[in-house]
Design a protein around this ligand. Structure first.
Ligand SMILES: Cc1cc2nc3c(=O)[nH]c(=O)nc-3n(C[C@H](O)[C@H](O)[C@H](O)COP(=O)(O)O)c2cc1C
Length: 307
């Protein structure tokens, strides 16, 4: 057996498999059907201070090799999260990354402060990249990223991940997040895209734009992670975007991800995601590689040498 443990953010993760924010909801349905001790961490759906109803239907539209989502941060709000959901999430036999978002740095600080004393919140992930919220855009400039991350940092001593877009000058955004006190980044969120109804000529989604996720975005996400690792050799990176199988997971590790986020894949075939750590173990063992750590960033150091 190979060692799959990942040490990052001052914590140990059992393996690098992380359920990305959104498709897993708050993990309650998955916890009933799967053994959560087979994954490294679960990221909750993004929580906001007030409850949000999200966008009108349709919220999911088919796309070649993926889906366009326009959920719009639907969630029950922080009160209900703390009272109804967190007691159950706390009992999950895996690391818990709680995703938060706000309309202002003050709102993010308020959320981080509310969750600061809660057991069962291992990491805070500040969502700075939802493409689906009315009146708020993807944080596409370093000043905005810096202000929001500072808000969270000022209110919490928990490890903080900044969830950033894979569009625009993303390396500047990574730099801004880290300089403002983030302990790492989750790259990437869904990429903005659209589809149009061929009978009406009108956009299929109410807000016209949605977030493209799934295998369609994998090569883009992989490139962003590769570039981020090259520019920031020491930071923690959760490589997310279109990973659906062992091959994708390996490529993410080679590119430099510490942990690998699975979003669309959880909707498409959760059984496969829950098998992944075992498949990774078998792959490593077959090649005589003792520790998954040996793969991380290998593309930057001349690759790996396998038997
Ligand atoms: C239905 C759905 C809901 C999502 N909700 C959130 C969310 O609440 N917060 C967030 O940070 N990302 C959210 N995402 C984005 C994913 O976490 C992930 O970054 C993105 O989908 C790319 O990864 P994937 O191709 O593996 O899905 C959502 C994605 C989907 C498909």
């Amino acid at each position: 057996m190979a060692a799959l443990t990942v040490r990052a953010l001052g914590l140990e993760f059992r393996n690098p498999v992380v359920l990305a924010s959104g498709p897993a909801g708050f993990g309650l349905e998955l916890a009933a059907a799967f053994d959560l001790s087979r994954i490294g961490a679960l990221t909750t759906k993004t929580v906001t201070l007030e409850p949000r109803r999200g966008n009108p239907q349709p919220r999911l539209v088919d796309a070649p090799c993926g889906v366009l989502n326009s959920i719009g941060l639907q969630n029950p709000g922080c009160d209900a999260f703390e009272v109804d959901l967190l007691p159950q999430i706390r009992a999950f036999p895996t690391r818990r990354i709680v995703s938060i978002a706000g309309r202002s740095p003050e709102e993010v600080a308020a959320l981080a402060s509310r969750l600061a004393g809660e057991q069962g919140v291992d990491v805070l992930e500040v969502n700075l990249s939802c493409p689906n919220v009315h009146g708020e855009t993807v944080a596409d400039n370093p000043e905005t990223v810096r202000a929001f991350v500072r808000g969270a940092r000022s209110a919490s001593t928990r490890p903080i991940l900044a969830k950033l877009p894979g569009e625009g000058k993303y390396l500047d955004l990574v730099e801004a997040a880290l300089s403002a006190g983030a302990d790492g980044v989750a790259l990437i969120n869904a990429l903005r895209g659209m589809r149009i109804h061929t009978e009406t000529g009108l956009p299929l989604l109410d807000r016209q734009v949605g977030g493209l996720c799934g295998p369609a975005i994998f090569p883009i996400a992989l490139h962003r992670v590769f570039e981020a690792r090259k520019a920031f050799p020491e930071t923690v990176i959760v490589g997310t975007g279109g990973v659906s199988d062992l091959r994708g997971a390996l490529e993410m590790l080679f590119a430099g991800a510490d942990l690998i986020g699975f979003g669309f894949a959880v909707m498409a075939d959760p059984t496969r995601v829950f098998r992944l750590a075992q498949e990774l173990d078998e792959w490593l063992t077959k090649r005589g590689i003792a520790d998954v750590d040996q793969l991380r960033g290998a593309s930057h150091r001349g690759g790996i040498h396998v038997r």
